[in-house]
Design a protein around this ligand. Structure first.
Ligand code: ATP
Ligand code: MG
Length: 572
């Protein structure tokens, strides 16, 4: 799958202008960071990456690539209780799968010693103090948006006492939560983040990299900007909820007198019928609602990969949604549209029957096998053709026959003619039913003059259906997926209930006994196909030589294209 690592983000897309790009262009003009562009993608290794992270990855790595700069991957591992090596590894796999390679690989924990030195520097300059208030008390003292905070009774400890207490915090003398190190800023600031924010907390917990070396851990606010600074980051791009933290980010940098990266905020991605929060996705995994982080229903990159998404489709999506300064919700349909566009170009066509019923061609010679030439991909002339065996007994979709057709039904019913794709035109003569009245066989006769589906006399045949040869087809399992949530906004729950009440109980349907065209035999996990008339499918890693398993990636019907047409009636 070498083509998946192609590095030209948003292949062939015009690069839409965005305000962050404009800031960088301006900085390059004025020489603000010495003409350098250095970004970073800073995930916390507390879960698997999701499509929201892809937006940030494409932005950070994309800008660095565009301007000949650098982009680091940095693990923001300051919260030992929730972080695991499994996550660190999956994040690297997913970034690479998306088509990006980092310049430097770092961990905030690489900087624990330096951060601690800087904390002592701030204590010495009277800008930080050890506070004995409990977490609850700190909250009470903080005040509200309309009320100023109150100063901690420990705020005016001497430098010597602070240095001594901080050392003892570090050496493990005090229990969890008994003390914190706080920045001494302004308890009356209208920005709550500046009311003596906590820099260090005591946490006797093992860290996935530093083990038991530390029992004090820096907060996000204290660690993040300084980590950026150490790495020489020029543009520190993050989501909008950190806008109010920017004055604090700048305060630490200024007080320490170190390299000043510029924090720039953009809108988080929200998608309809989806939740994008590692905490919530973890809950789906832990409660067993999904089979794991890579369940094909999950909006994680590993789930989407297993579902059959291509990295190109995700990059195209991220480039189309752009970035802005206001949070909104993007239609899931747009993501699926980008995927279909790509698979339509790439995926070979095959025939598979998901809910089979037998079609018997009564006037077709019993032992005859014809090899019908089928087009592999009408969108790609280089994809060529293949031969598909045709025999007297075929599997067809049970839905392609009705004993009594509803109005407007043009497929098989007694007396009606249909075209068998790449085969012949057949006329339905009736069906055989079992004792319960289920149709077990449909019967028809074929017209030998119509090989390849031609009608020499020009008679009208409205429907074309797909099929596979009974003696040649093999059985497989096919997993159909629907949205994880039944509502566009999963948080739109009944009073007293939460987002989990909107989970879609029918998001997974497993079909067994599906019948597949023989050419599909042995296709490796990850390979993608269009099953004619049904949608795009890929081979699941659960597949085994004796039992192949396919996932439906996405159906053929593109509701987004319709929406778009309505919005822009002039365009094709
Ligand atoms: P989550 O709530 O899913 O844990 P997070 O923001 O806490 O998200 P981080 O691991 O801290 O996750 O995120 C790494 C980077 O990805 C950050 O810069 C963050 O802003 C960005 N990011 C996370 N979620 C989204 C999203 N939905 N849209 C855009 N960027 C996102
Ligand atoms: Mg987080």
């Amino acid at each position: 799958m070498a083509e998946e690592n192609g590095n030209n983000g948003g292949a062939g897309e015009p690069r839409p202008s965005n305000f962050i790009r404009d800031i960088i262009l301006r900085d390059l003009e004025t020489g603000k960071h010495g003409g350098r562009v250095h970004t970073r993608f800073p995930p916390e290794p507390n879960g698997y990456l999701h499509i929201g992270h892809a937006k940030s990855i494409c932005l950070n790595f994309g800008l660095a690539r565009e301007f000949g700069g650098k982009c680091n991957l940095r693990f923001d591992d300051t919260n030992p209780c929730k972080e695991e090596v499994e996550y660190v590894e999956s994040i690297q796999t997913d970034v690479r799968w998306l088509g990006f390679e980092w310049d430097g690989l770092y961990y905030a924990s690489d900087y624990f010693e330096q951060l601690c030195e800087w904390a002592k520097l701030l204590i010495r300059t009277g800008k930080a103090y050890v506070c004995d208030l409990s977490a609850d008390e700190v909250r009470q003292y903080r005040g509200t948006l309309t009320e100023p905070g109150r100063e901690s009774p420990y705020r005016n400890r001497s430098v010597e006492e602070n240095l001594d207490l901080f050392e003892r915090m570090r050496s493990g003398e005090f229990p969890d939560g008994s003390r914190t190190l706080r920045a001494k800023i302004d308890m009356a600031s209208p920005n709550l983040n500046l009311r003596d924010p906590v820099m260090y907390r005591i946490l006797h917990a093992s860290h996935h990299r530093t083990g038991d070396k530390w029992c004090i851990y820096p907060t996000y606010d204290y660690a993040h900007g300084q980590s950026d600074s150490i790495e020489g980051i020029t543009h520190s791009i993050c989501t909008l909820e950190f806008e109010d933290h920017r004055p604090l980010y700048d305060w630490f940098i200024r007080e320490l007198g170190i390299h000043a990266p510029q924090q720039i905020e953009f809108d988080r991605l929200n998608l309809t019928y989806t939740v994008l929060s590692k905490r919530r996705l973890l809950r789906l995994v832990e409660t067993g609602f999904v089979r794991g982080w890579d369940d094909p229903r999950m909006p994680t990159l590993s789930g989407m990969r297993r579902r059959g998404y291509t990295p190109e489709a995700i990059r195209t999506f991220c480039s189309r949604i752009g970035v802005s300064k206001t949070n909104g919700i993007v239609e899931l349909g747009l993501l699926e549209h980008c995927l279909r566009e790509e698979l339509n170009r790439r995926a070979p066509r095959v025939m598979a029957v998901l809910r089979p019923v037998k079609l018997v061609i009564d006037n077709y010679p019993e032992d005859q096998v014809e090899q019908m030439e089928a087009v592999n991909n009408p969108e790609d002339p280089d994809a060529g053709t293949r031969l598909v065996p045709f025999t007297r007994e075929l599997w067809i979709e049970s839905d392609d026959f009705r004993e009594t057709p509803p109005k407007g039904y043009y497929r098989l019913y007694p007396g009606n003619e249909v075209r068998l794709r790449y085969g012949y035109i057949v006329r339905c003569t009736g069906c055989v039913k079992d004792a319960q009245g289920n149709v077990v066989e449909v019967h028809c006769i074929y017209d030998p003059q119509t090989r390849g589906g031609n009608t020499p006399d020009g008679r009208k045949v409205k429907a074309t259906i797909h099929w596979v040869s009974v003696p040649h087809a093999f059985e497989a399992e096919v997993r159909l997926y629907d949205n994880l949530f039944v509502k566009p906004d999963p948080d739109d729950a009944e009073p007293g209930k939460d987002w989990t009440s909107n989970l879609n109980p029918n998001s997974l349907e497993v079909l067994t006994g599906c019948r597949m065209e023989p050419s599909l035999k042995g296709a490796p996990p990850g390979s993608r196909f269009q099953f004619e008339r049904l949608g795009y499918f890929c081979v699941d890693p659960d597949t085994a030589p004796e039992k192949m398993v396919f996932n439906r990636t996405v159906g053929l019907r593109d509701t987004w294209a319709k929406v778009e047409k309505k919005l822009n009636p002039g365009q094709a």
